[in-house]
Design a protein. Structure first.
Length: 269
C-alpha cells in the first residue's frame, strides 16, 4: 500500500514553490482530513522555521514527517554545495546538518536536489571537488545519526550535472555510504517507470507529477503505469506531489490524493 505525503513550506521560506505555503494551523489539519499519511517539509533554515511547534502539530494530527527538503535554501538564499565561495558552501552544509538532526528524531530522509549546485564552466573540476567535499561533510553526520541523504537527478533544464538516474547512481556509489541514496521525480526521469525497479535498493522517496507539473491524470504521462511500477517495489517509499498549485493548494492537494488513491486501489496491470 502506497503512503502519500504533501509538500509544505515552513514559514521562514520566501519564494513560493510547488508546495503548500501559509498557515500551518489551517493547512496541516486539512491535509490530515483529506487522508494524507505524511508531510514533506521544505525548509529554508531550521533555526528560523519554528520546527518544534510545527512538528508537534504534524504528529498531533496523526501524520508522519515524510522528508525534509532543501529547495528553499537555493530558491531563497542561493546556497550550494559546489559554490566557489567557501562561505556559501559552509552555510549550505551547516543548514543541511541542522536538518539531519531533526530527521534523526523523526526517522526520515533529507533530500538534496538543486542544493548540490551547478558546475562552474570555468572551474569544473574544482566545483565537482567542492560538491564531493560538501557531501562528505554532510554524510559524516548522517552516518552517525543513521539519516538517509537522498540525491535527486534533475534534467538539463534545471541542472548541469547528475541529470540521469544512472550517472547519479554512479556518483552515489562512489561514496560507499549506506546512508546516501536516491530520490526520483517523474518529470526528471521522463516517466520511465522501469527506473523504479532498477534502483529499488537505493530509492528512498518519490515525487509524482504528470507532464508539465500538472496534476496526475491531467497530462500525458501514463500515471497508471507509474503507480503500478511503484506498487511493485519491494518496499515502496513515501510518495509526494510536486505539481502546480493553481489557485488553491488545498484544493489541488485534495484532488491529487483522490485521483492517486483511485489509481492505487484499481490495481491496473
Amino acid at each position: 500500500m502506497l503512503s502519500f505525503a504533501y509538500p509544505y513550506q515552513t514559514e521562514e521560506t520566501i519564494k513560493p514553490l510547488f508546495s503548500a505555503k501559509g498557515s500551518a494551523k489551517e493547512i496541516i489539519p486539512s491535509l490530515a482530513s483529506f487522508g494524507y499519511d505524511g508531510i514533506e517539509l521544505l525548509v529554508r533554515d531550521a533555526r528560523e522555521a519554528k520546527l518544534p511547534s510545527l512538528l508537534k502539530l504534524i504528529t498531533d494530527e496523526g501524520l508522519k514527517v515524510a522528508s525534509f527538503a532543501t529547495s528553499p535554501m537555493v530558491a531563497d538564499d542561493r546556497l550550494s554545495f559546489s559554490a566557489l565561495d567557501e562561505s556559501i558552501r559552509d552555510e549550505a552544509v551547516k543548514r543541511t546538518i541542522n536538518l539531519i538532526e531533526w530527521a534523526e528524531e523523526f526517522d526520515c530522509p533529507v533530500i538534496i536536489g538543486k542544493l548540490r549546485g551547478q558546475i562552474s564552466d570555468e572551474k569544473s573540476d574544482l566545483s565537482w571537488e567542492y560538491m564531493r567535499q560538501s557531501f562528505a561533510r554532510v554524510l559524516d553526520v548522517a552516518e552517525k545519526k543513521n539519516v538517509p541523504i537522498l540525491i535527486e537527478p534533475q534534467n538539463e533544464n534545471n541542472m548541469n550535472n547528475l541529470n540521469r538516474t544512472d550517472e547519479t547512481m554512479t556518483f552515489i556509489q562512489s561514496f560507499k555510504s549506506a546512508n546516501l541514496g536516491l530520490m526520483l521525480d517523474c518529470l526528471h526521469m521522463e516517466a520511465e517507470s522501469h527506473l523504479f525497479q532498477d534502483v529499488a535498493d537505493q530509492l528512498g522517496f518519490i515525487h509524482l507529477t504528470d507532464s508539465d507539473r500538472l496534476m496526475p491524470g491531467e497530462g500525458t504521462f501514463d500515471m497508471n503505469e507509474i503507480v503500478n511500477a511503484i506498487q511493485r517495489l519491494p518496499r515502496p517509499p513515501f510518495v509526494s506531489f510536486e505539481i502546480k498549485q493553481q489557485d488553491s493548494s488545498l484544493a489541488v492537494a485534495k484532488k491529487a490524493l483522490e485521483t492517486m488513491k483511485k489509481m492505487r486501489d484499481s490495481d491496473v496491470r
